[in-house]
Ligand binder design. Structure first.
Ligand SMILES: [Fe+2]
Ligand SMILES: [Fe+2]
Length: 278
């Protein structure tokens, strides 16, 4: 198997990350990298297994799929690979891990989408806060998908402005509600995921009614606008164009994420060490 040298070194945090590893750790990382490349998770549409895969399922059909799975769909991508394969050993994290390190070493299944979203926001001339919110909006789905807007906002709250965490928290709710004023429409993906006749639960509707009147409504809304078309499986993405924005708007703790004693440090440790039994 051919190894993309640059991609591999990048996945270890660049030449600096590699220089911090001993030769055994490098060999282990190479093995994990090759396994991961071989076993890239494939997206399995919710319509698989239905009589007519071309049509969107109903909510009843989506419900009937639950017992066909070995996992609950709310569990994070890094915990249960959706391709049915075994999990792979992860490269070690540096001692004082930064957001950049987490992007390179842990956000395997979400980085591509959020980088596409942030790139779109940048191209569309969004503010740096919106670009950052786009960059961070879904990465918590590595550990948990259910209510990921709330979980994601909490994960980042100590390190970003209130407006950025607001936009992350409420993008989840706004995804269900079109806003023609900015060209945001209900996603076809949701017809597939939730069923064609799905109605969001009352807490989502109540949240929408609150956010709709909030002065920061548009900040959360713009995340959804730059979220909608950020699922190109062939897009070439990189964290590098966003390093300066992260530097200006993300308060990186000097002890490293997970070691800073913040109220969410345990969430970062959970992402860093998902194989820890307790
Ligand atoms: Fe999301
Ligand atoms: Fe998203």
């Amino acid at each position: 198997m051919e190894v993309d040298r640059k991609k591999f070194i990048d996945s270890l945090g660049g030449p600096e990350g590699v220089s911090r590893m001993d030769s055994e750790a490098r060999a282990d990382a190479l093995e994990s990298h090759m396994m991961a490349e071989l076993n890239k998770p494939k997206f399995v549409p919710a319509t698989v297994g239905l009589a007519d895969p071309g049509k969107y399922p109903t909510t009843a059909e989506v419900e009937a799929q639950i017992e066909t799975r070995k996992y609950r769909d709310g569990v994070g991508f890094m915990y249960v690979p959706r391709n049915g394969e075994n999990v792979r050993r992860l490269a070690p994290m540096p001692a004082n891990a930064t957001l950049y390190d987490f992007f390179k070493l842990r956000f395997m299944d979400t980085a591509n989408h959020v980088l596409q979203s942030a790139a779109l926001a940048k191209k569309n001339g969004m503010s740096e806060e919106i670009i950052l919110a786009c960059l961070l909006h879904d990465v918590v789905q590595e550990i948990i998908r259910t209510d990921h807007g709330w979980w994601g906002a909490q994960l980042f709250e100590p390190y970003v402005s209130e407006k950025v965490s607001f936009a992350i928290r409420y993008h989840q709710t706004l995804r269900y509600y079109p806003d023609p004023s900015v060209g945001y429409e209900y996603p076809d993906l949701y017809r597939q995921l939730f069923g064609s006749d799905y109605v969001p639960p009352p807490y989502i509707e109540a949240t929408y009614n609150m956010v709709r009147k909030h002065p920061w409504y548009m900040d959360a809304r713009l995340v959804t606008v730059n979220d909608l078309y950020a699922f190109d499986p062939n897009a070439a993405v990189s964290i590098d164009p966003f390093v300066d924005i992260i530097g200006r708007h993300f308060k990186q703790p000097k002890e490293g994420l997970g070691n800073d004693g913040s109220p969410v440090a345990h969430m970062w440790r959970t992402i860093a060490r998902p194989d820890q039994p307790l």
